[in-house]
Design a protein around this ligand. Structure first.
Ligand SMILES: [Fe+2]
Length: 278
């Protein structure tokens, strides 16, 4: 048995070809850079999950563009999840080969095997709203999936994080329904190794229901860091990144933040005689 490697990217906000996000960001260019970073990874990942905001407005031309931008990853299983910028039907239509997406269900949620991990993707979207929620139907579905997972290590993926970040404008559009119920559910299942989210375009970790819940940075723009109730609702081009979640043969899940881009190196620490380079 070998280690399991699950990649996570999030909040791509892809526009139609030639259009910039917020009239300023070439999100397609940044996604291309992230795709190249994934292809350069020393370990071959088992799967990639994209935790929502795949496009900026959920338009068919945007999904078609995304489809094309992901094509160099051909052969890597890719699991898509909607965010508040997505449109469920448009997403389904643009990715007919993604058979894990339920064809006629109200929600785009599913459970799949990734190596030794069970990946359970939960749909937190409230159509027409920026904030998200988990209604009883979705929580009941998750409960059934967790029960069916037995003792297997589980990663729960969702767009809206079920915790406060202290960034005021983002907390006002966070997971406004079902977070407490989710935490209680996770607490009853100690085999949940991680709750992985997007939405914040930043790296944030909190203790949650006896496990770790976290958000991933994004391939292009990040939400400005300002831990205030009246923080400016804006973005910056801080360095882009994504997540590599690794489950070793034995032990717990290890989450690495990976900078996206092409960097100088690698260079050695030690010289040919085994001495630290002075
Ligand atoms: Fe986003």
């Amino acid at each position: 048995m070998t280690s399991t490697f699950l990649l996570q990217i999030t909040d791509l906000h892809i526009r139609e070809p030639g259009r910039l996000t917020y009239r300023r960001i070439d999100t397609a260019h940044y996604l291309k850079s992230t795709v190249q970073s994934i292809l350069r990874l020393p370990q071959k990942p088992h799967a990639l999950v994209i935790t929502g905001d795949l496009t900026d407005f959920g338009r068919p031309e945007e999904y078609a563009h995304l489809h094309e931008l992901l094509s160099p990853l051909n052969g890597l299983p890719i699991y898509l999840l909607p965010g508040n910028h997505d449109e469920r039907q448009g997403l389904r239509t643009a990715f007919p080969g993604h058979r894990y997406l339920p064809a006629d269900s109200e929600f785009l949620q599913y459970a799949v095997d990734v190596g030794r991990l069970r990946l359970i993707a939960v749909d937190t979207v409230t159509p027409g709203k920026s904030e998200g929620g988990l209604c009883t139907k979705r929580l009941d579905w998750l409960q059934a999936q967790l029960a069916a997972s037995g003792e297997r290590p589980v990663v729960i993926a969702m767009h809206h994080p079920p915790f406060r970040t202290l960034i005021g404008h983002m907390d006002r559009i966070g997971l406004l329904q079902g977070a407490q119920e989710l935490e209680a559910l996770v607490r009853r299942h100690p085999n949940v190794e991680r709750v992985i989210c997007g939405h914040l375009h930043r790296s944030i970790q909190v203790s949650f229901g006896g496990t770790v819940a976290m958000t991933s940075p994004a391939p292009a723009h990040q939400v400005c860091l300002d831990l205030s109730p009246d923080a400016f609702a804006g973005w910056t081009l801080e360095p882009a990144a994504f997540m590599l979640h690794a489950l070793p043969e034995q032990g717990r899940l290890i989450s690495h933040t990976v900078a996206s881009g092409d960097f100088d190196g690698p260079h050695p620490f030690w010289d040919a005689h085994g001495r630290l380079i002075d």
